[in-house]
Design a binder for this molecule. Structure first.
Ligand code: SF4
Ligand code: FES
Length: 400
């Protein structure tokens, strides 16, 4: 189908899709169970080169990105169909020159806005403009608790110091702040320092998130996979910090699933609670869904409304519910609880997204794959493959 720009009527652009009547009689959110929050990846461009980036290894180039006009129409449509929150992400969303305009438009149509940023491109003036445009919340990623390691992981000189400065501006402007701490074998020893740093910055919340292994992180798994001992250490640090900072800062802990016995309910279940819009306008059931290479995704540049895509897209419907599940999931008592785990991880590790996530101990792949992870962690290979548009660059020297 030839892509066409979305029209000014955001929802009912395709009168022949059979959904129009439903949309007129009930709100679209009621009809389709539209998620409350959506991740808008404005660009894959980013000055940092984190080796665990959740973007696909094949990233979308700047000339494929939605225009300002297209994004504003998408934001209007999201608000009209019942979405309440938009998370502006990337790549690095502040690389878009029109970010203030997009935040202002999102505010005008009634969306709560969150900026997920590496912070290194922000100036204080830009942040003031964003706050004036109605920005509601800022989430800054940190790669360590001190500059040497943090700048090495991000592949960006002086990034850590800049992030600290921006975090202070965020608090001066009285915007709520979340610190995002992505954890892996090479920075777990700094977790305590990162939590203390977040408290000192006045963060409302810290997300201690272990790397999830698909895309760039899978490419770098040997350099990132923690040991079992490190996981125990991390859990103890989080437990202790939760007690120490109760009522001061909220701590969210995303555990690594390679050493789990049951998988996570990824995305709250495929096509149940979430969707993601890529820089070029593709609508995905999760931010890593493009790593599943045999799925096609519909775009906001097609003739279909976002509500239609959510309801009818083959990519969403392939793994919705439980009917698609193979054994052992099909007859498992937990199938409505975890929906078979993560489709992207199943594809990455077994070559078939319909397989049971190997994080589950009942998967026939569980033992071999997780033994391999343990062996990798013990081998302690340390050089990163940095994320870039060229498909990755191996870190020059063995780190000290
Ligand atoms: Fe979940 Fe499937 Fe494992 Fe059961 S077998 S716990 S449904 S992943
Ligand atoms: Fe895609 Fe889990 S990250 S389903």
């Amino acid at each position: 189908m030839t892509p066409t720009l979305i029209s000014a009527e955001p929802v009912l652009r395709d009168p022949n899709d059979g959904i129009a009547v439903l949309e007129r009689t009930r709100t679209v959110a009621e009809t389709f169970g539209i998620p409350l929050a959506v991740l808008a990846e404005l660009t894959h461009r980013c000055p940092l080169q984190c080796p665990y980036c959740s973007n696909p290894v094949e990233m979308e180039r700047a000339n494929a990105e939605l225009t300002t006009e297209e994004w504003t129409r998408v934001l209007t449509e999201l608000a009209e169909i019942g979405v309440l929150q938009v998370h502006f992400s990337g790549g690095e969303p502040t690389a878009r020159k029109d970010l203030v305009e997009l935040v202002r438009h999102a505010t005008q149509v009634g969306l709560y806005t969150n900026l997920i940023t590496s912070a290194v491109l922000l100036t204080r003036d830009k942040l003031v403009d964003l706050a004036d445009a109605g920005l509601c919340h800022v989430q800054i990623s940190f790669q360590g608790s001190e500059p040497v390691l943090a700048d090495r992981v991000g592949g960006f000189r002086n990034g850590h110091v800049k992030k600290l400065e921006v975090a202070q501006w965020v608090r001066e402007l009285e915007l709520p702040l979340t610190v995002n701490a992505v954890m892996h074998r090479q920075n777990i020893h700094q977790l305590r320092g990162m939590i203390d740093m977040a408290v000192e910055l006045g963060a409302d919340r810290i997300e201690v998130a272990n790397v999830q292994y698909y895309g760039w992180a899978l490419k770098n798994r040997a350099a990132l996979m923690p040991t079992v001992e490190q996981l125990d250490e991390m859990t103890a640090v989080v437990d202790e910090a939760e007690t120490r900072f109760k009522g001061i800062m909220e701590i969210d802990f995303v555990i690594p699933d390679y050493y789990a016995t049951r998988p996570k309910k990824c995305m709250g279940g495929w096509g149940r609670q979430f969707f993601n819009i890529t820089p070029s306008g593709k609508i995905l059931p999760c931010h890593a869904a493009e790593t599943i290479t045999d799925l096609d995704f519909d775009s906001v540049r097609s003739n279909h409304s976002i509500a239609w895509i959510w309801q009818n897209s083959e990519a969403f419907n392939r793994y919705r519910g439980t009917g698609w599940m193979p054994e052992p999931c099909q007859s498992c008592e937990f199938k409505e609880q975890d929906y078979g785990g993560c489709r992207c991880q199943a594809f990455a590790l077994t070559g078939n997204a319909a397989n049971t996530d190997p994080a589950c101990q009942l998967s026939p792949f569980h033992a071999t794959i997780f033994k391999a992870a343990e062996t990798e962690a013990a081998a302690d290979q340390r050089r990163f493959i940095y994320r870039n548009f060229a498909g990755g660059t191996l870190e020059k020297d063995e780190p000290a």
